[in-house]
Design a protein around this ligand. Structure first.
Ligand code: GLC
Length: 440
């Protein structure tokens, strides 16, 4: 146990001193630590694409004319939208924060921004400031709010299009990065000023690609991230970038898209991302199969057990889990997603201490049994029925062991410094079964 404990301290220590290029200031250190302790957040992908109900890439993948697509702005009226209801679902699920698409690839902004060409919520018949209402509901409920912000844009004429944007026809588009950057910084300033998000979460840098076949670039673009990150940091806000690349010194959170940190299981996105141990990590994933934005014909949703297993497996790797829901065009969350979140909340109500504020742990890091730890406590998560026993070396003395959900104690055999825990899956302990081992 001593070893585990020291590894935990090392993690916090490196947060403080990780890069010579960038001094982590106190506010930043605290914000990172707070973010990592939260462990579970809910992601929302919402915008005009919710009305088309074909996922958030519909404009490009559906080969839709941009001018025709953007007219949906005049038909966007999500009469059932209720920020308090959304935030209640999040809170009851046990999540501690929300990340929402302030502006996705289609270029439409969900707040009444003053700095664009009018392509934003203020010019819909709905008019209401969606981000503002969510921010207020979050404040009331003690939920942290963060903003996804797309770097790639399928609407503006000054965006220097890369591989994907080039496939969306925007009449008169003349890439002018200086102009586009000015616009982005003005929007980000508004977002931070108006709604005080915890982090700005970038996405889309990956569209400026180098082709493997012949090494040519679709378009090379210097985003000048250093100055963008300095600007965001000057406003005491964290930065994350879902670029599928090794993390840069000024990025505060390492992101993994649909892959557990370090596993590169899907290998499409994270194959190129060595996992760091000096900063918080966040994995994002989908609840509705294969899409982030709502898709009407997709009935495959993750189960609550699936979501819990993902959260726990991420936590065992020192990572947060950001689980996405795509609300529909009426402003409602899909019923199935709400049911799943209720199931997740039941698990958290009894087992939350084995996730919040814990550190990852390498004991039995596989798919079926994983572990987390906090102080002198070790939490063993038995994720698969039938895989009910584990032995591991200990360095210390065990005080006691119990099922976390129902409080029943269980015996732990210790022989020659090796502890063996065997569970019996009591009926009143809901999945996953967590055993809490306390050390003296
Ligand atoms: C991908 C997709 C995007 C989605 C994001 C979620 O990068 O392009 O649609 O918003 O992942 O993090």
């Amino acid at each position: 146990m001593k070893k585990l404990f020291l590894a935990g301290l090392a993690f916090l220590g490196t947060l403080l001193t990780f890069a010579a290029e960038y001094k982590v200031e106190d506010w930043n250190f605290e914000a990172r630590k707070k973010f990592a302790e939260q462990r579970f957040g809910v992601y929302f992908h919402w915008g005009l694409y919710a009305n088309y109900a074909q996922g958030e890439w519909y404009l490009k993948d559906g080969k839709v004319n941009e001018e025709a697509y953007s007219r949906m702005m005049y038909g966007f009226y999500p009469s059932k939208f209720n920020a308090r209801e959304w935030v209640k679902v999040v809170k009851n699920a046990g999540a501690k924060y929300i990340t929402i698409t302030s502006r996705h690839h289609d270029g439409f902004s969900l707040w009444p921004t003053k700095v664009d060409d009018g392509y934003n919520i203020a010019n819909t018949p709905f008019k209401r400031d969606i981000l503002g209402e969510i921010a207020e509901a979050c404040r009331e409920e003690g939920i942290q709010l963060n903003f996804y912000y797309s770097l790639m844009d399928w609407h503006r004429k000054d965006y220097p299009a890369g591989y994907h944007a080039m496939q969306v026809e925007v009449p008169g588009r003349k890439g002018d990065y200086a102009s586009y950057k000015k616009f982005m910084l003005a929007q980000i300033a508004e977002l931070i000023e108006n709604y005080k998000p915890g982090n700005i979460w970038f996405d889309g840098e990956w569209e400026h690609v180098k082709h493997e076949e012949d090494g040519t670039w679709t378009r090379k673009l210097d985003w000048e991230f250093d100055s963008i990150y300095d600007f965001i940091h000057s406003k005491k806000t964290l930065v994350a970038n879902n670029n599928h690349q090794p993390i840069r010194p000024k990025e505060d959170i390492q992101l993994f898209e649909r892959d557990l940190p370090g596993e590169a299981a899907g290998a499409i996105f994270s194959a190129n991302q060595p996992m760091v141990n000096d900063r918080p990590i966040e994995q994002c994933d989908v609840i509705q199969h294969g899409v982030w934005g709502y898709k009407i014909a997709e009935n495959r949703f993750r189960t609550a057990d699936d979501v819990v297993a993902l959260i726990v497996r991420a936590a065992a790797k020192n990572s947060n889990l950001l689980m996405n829901i795509g609300p529909d065009g009426s402003g409602q969350l899909p019923k199935k997603a709400v049911e799943v979140m209720e199931g997740v909340g039941k698990w958290f109500a009894k087992n939350g201490e084995s996730v919040y504020g814990t550190s990852g742990c390498t004991i039995a890091l596989g798919k079926d049994i994983v572990s987390t730890r906090k102080g002198r406590d070790l939490y063993l998560h038995f994720l698969k029925p039938g895989v009910d026993e584990i032995s591991f070396k200990i360095d210390g003395e065990i005080k006691g062991a119990k099922y976390l959900a129902c409080g029943k104690e269980l015996p732990v055999k210790v022989k020659d410094g090796v502890a063996t825990v065997k569970i019996s899956r009591p009926k009143d302990c809901v999945f996953d079964i967590v055993v809490k081992l306390s050390f003296k």
